[in-house]
Design a protein around this ligand. Structure first.
Ligand SMILES: *Cc1c(COP(=O)(O)O)cnc(C)c1O
Length: 383
């Protein structure tokens, strides 16, 4: 790597290596090999077996590590595999504070899978520092946040929470899927671990599943590498290559999607059938100020509540450009119904408390023509 630090856009396009040193291939090769031969006893090319290490996976790990300003990154087969590996850092009776409003699959991992192994979790409104402080016990070991959160776009103050963590010797984990390192770099704000569902903006084309964990702590990195190799949910070389290809256009895609999202959020805000819009880019959004302080953008995730829930089936059936599908962060605009889809795992009482109700829809705004997207929304939200 060149000594001088390159700009984000350049690293995105070139990746860590800027192509293949051996052949000059501009596109980093897909090393589709399970195993690697050794020149002689006790000698290795650095690659032995692809679960342990694979050149294409290493390239995507190093690229993401540069983009997130970490010291190491580890790639997994899905986002939840990355979160799962992260939870393996803890042991029975350890307690973790988690944003109460977050990806439903993360909630399910703590509630249904790791509670059996004695890992304790409290689901807390991490946008409120006092609630965090009141939830720290003797056995608390970490705080896991999503900001902006899913689906209500609550914003948690990464730097302030990192001070709380330092004072109580806790690990701060930030799921940075929504804003990506282009808009937000949690490690430089005091976090210890960044998680990604690479399936979303990093891949960007709704065609691959992937997950990442990036850290700036050597001890955590070596533990995570051991966990990755031992548990085995590693990213395949082909999928690593798809993520490398996706990352090349990350900055262009997320800028364009954000531009579309701001226009759509303003349209929804004025629409008479819409009761409330949740988008951190709107100045009256409750987390707008903190988000502006800690990131350089608002991303392209919008949730909104319609006044009349009987409109929901009509909207989901009659949109024609916007697809009714789970997931987010791709070039295609998707609409999701959190109540029965992404957040079906959240218990009814918590859904009620959070406001994840039958009137709530979530949009992942893509990079299509804004006119076509607006016309699509108008066709279902105007008489
Ligand atoms: C999708 C998602 C995950 C899970 O990632 P998968 O790749 O689907 O396993 C985790 N966190 C957030 C914020 C997500 O949107």
């Amino acid at each position: 790597m060149i000594g001088k630090k390159l700009d984000f856009e350049t690293v995105s396009v070139r990746g860590y290596s800027g192509g293949d040193k051996l052949t000059g291939a501009i596109s980093y090769p897909i090393y589709q090999s399970a195993t690697f031969k050794h020149p002689e006893l006790n000698k290795s090319t650095g690659y032995d077996y692809s679960r342990t290490n694979n050149p294409t996976r290493e390239e995507v790990e190093r690229t993401l590590c540069l983009l997130e300003d970490g010291i190491g990154a580890v790639a997994f087969s899905t986002g939840v595999a990355a979160i799962s590996a992260c939870i393996h850092l803890f042991k029975p009776n350890d307690h973790i504070i988690i944003s109460e409003d977050l990806y439903g699959g993360t909630f399910r991992l703590f509630k249904d899978i790791y509670s059996v192994f004695g890992i304790k979790a409290s689901f807390v409104d991490t946008s409120k520092l006092d609630e965090i402080k009141n939830s720290i016990y003797e056995n608390t070991k970490a705080i896991f946040i999503e900001t902006p959160s899913n689906p209500l776009m609550r914003v948690s103050d990464i730097k302030e929470i990192s001070y709380i963590c330092k004072a109580s010797n806790l690990i701060l984990i930030v799921d940075n899927t929504f804003l990506t390192p282009y808009f937000q770099k949690p490690l430089s704000l005091g976090a210890d671990i960044v998680i990604h569902s690479g399936t979303k903006f990093l891949g960007g084309h709704n065609d691959v599943l992937a997950g990442f964990l990036v850290t700036n702590n050597n001890d955590i990195l070596s533990k995570i590498k051991l966990i990755q190799n031992s548990i085995g949910a590693t990213l395949s070389s082909f999928d690593s290559w798809l993520i490398l290809r996706g990352i090349k256009t990350l900055h262009i895609r997320v800028e364009k999607a954000q531009e579309n999202a701001l226009i759509i959020s303003k349209y929804l805000n004025l629409n008479l059938k819409v009761e409330k819009v949740y988008y951190v880019g709107l100045e009256d959004h409750i987390g707008h100020e903190i988000n502006s302080k800690q990131s350089t953008g608002s991303g392209s995730m919008i949730s909104f509540r319609v006044k009349d829930k009987s409109l929901i089936p009509y909207i989901l059936k009659n949109l024609s450009i916007i697809s009714f599908a789970e997931s987010l962060g791709g070039v295609e605009t998707l609409i999701t119904y959190p109540f029965t889809q992404t957040h079906s795992e959240i218990p009814k009482e918590l859904k009620d408390k959070l406001g994840i109700d039958e009137n709530l829809l979530r949009l992942s705004v893509g990079i299509e023509s804004i006119n076509d997207l607006l016309n699509d929304l108008k066709s279902v939200l105007e008489d």
